[in-house]
Design a binder for this molecule. Sequence first.
Ligand code: PLP
Length: 434
Amino acid sequence: MPKQSQSVQEALQDAHAHYAAANPKSHAQHISATEFMPGGNTRTVLFSDPFPITLVSAQGCHVESADGARYIDYLGEFTAGLFGHSHPDIKQAVLTALDTGWVRGGHIPQETELASAICRRFPSIERVRFANSGTEANLYAIQTARAVTGKSKVVVFEGGYHGGVFVFSGALSPLTAPFDFIVAPYNDWEGTLVLLDAEKNDIACVIIEAHQGSGGCIPAKRDFLKHIEDWTYEHDCIFILDEVMTSRLAGGGLQETHGLKPDMTTLGKYIGGGFSFGAFGGRADIMERYNPLRPGYLGHAGTFNNNVFTMFAGATAYGKVFTPEVAAELSANGNRLRERLNVIAAKASFPMQFTGLGSMMNVHMCPGQINSIRDLKHANSALRDLFYFDLLEQGIWPARRGMLNLSLPMGEEEFDRLVDAVAYFVEKRKSLQT
Ligand SMILES: *Cc1c(COP(=O)(O)O)cnc(C)c1O
């Protein structure tokens, strides 16, 4: 057990040493990866210092490391792993794709199956098109809005995330897509309205997550969303709801829960059954601009837009496995689990809480209501790092930033394991100087 007077930094150093000793094969793998990839990494969010753990297999809701440790997968591929790693129906769909041949270069029936499943679930999505990632879907949705409105500015929100080139927490990255962005305060309608009104003739679209995922699982208030929807409607501006993560929260996504009717919606993550996926869709009059039978139509290319594996897997996974009933049950399970975790967090000797909606949550080491990333300014990030290492030690695979996501193979046993691991952390670290 740690010394009584240990600081968070000292505890983190111990945790790093323990981690390094427990994961020598991952360390060796990392060293060889650094010869060919910058920092041995090809996806920033998966990097974890001192070095990342290498995963060699996965089954159900478990992942296994090169060092032989087995974890309950609460990272859930940042929500793309909704179905776990080996759902038998998805596996069968992919085997069928293998048997019938891939990279076909033609229309396939499964793309219609998947498109119809999406349009049936989302009344606001009258027509849809596929892409390869959520980033790409958002890029096309924004460009569509700019094309149909003839306006240029794009309103986004502090803490928002719409893909690697659309990150709005903190200073803008030099890699941010070169649009004319207006960054508005999340969950603050008055502050947002000032910015909207100032630029009202030039705004092509407003894009928002109704629950910021990457930003730390922060739900938007319904009134705030409604105000935005009304304003965009009155100002001939496209309201884009990014449901890449949140579509899992109910059969018809978070727009169903809140009674929203966005002009356009973007989708991604789990809908391809675990394969690369993105989609943008919405009002027929907007999307019909892509109809190749129309004079002057908008072209939308993408070698893998109807990737055979994604379409087969998605038609089964989203069209058949993830019914609205399953979605509702998953959200209920997540809500119950988050309540249990918050009971434990409330007893911690330091400020700690879990935010989120349904099957997505994020730990925050700070007190008070969290309405935007501004409320996280004084959160203890070192303590959150320690939480990550302590959970790993307890056989839980969380996101480094403290995000935890449920997947369909999980049941009470896995929920109890997480509750126990969080209780372990709270007890073990109770005397820490924070
Ligand atoms: C993950 C995510 C994206 C980007 O999707 P990729 O497939 O990783 O490009 C966009 N928006 C939100 C809300 C996301 O969570």
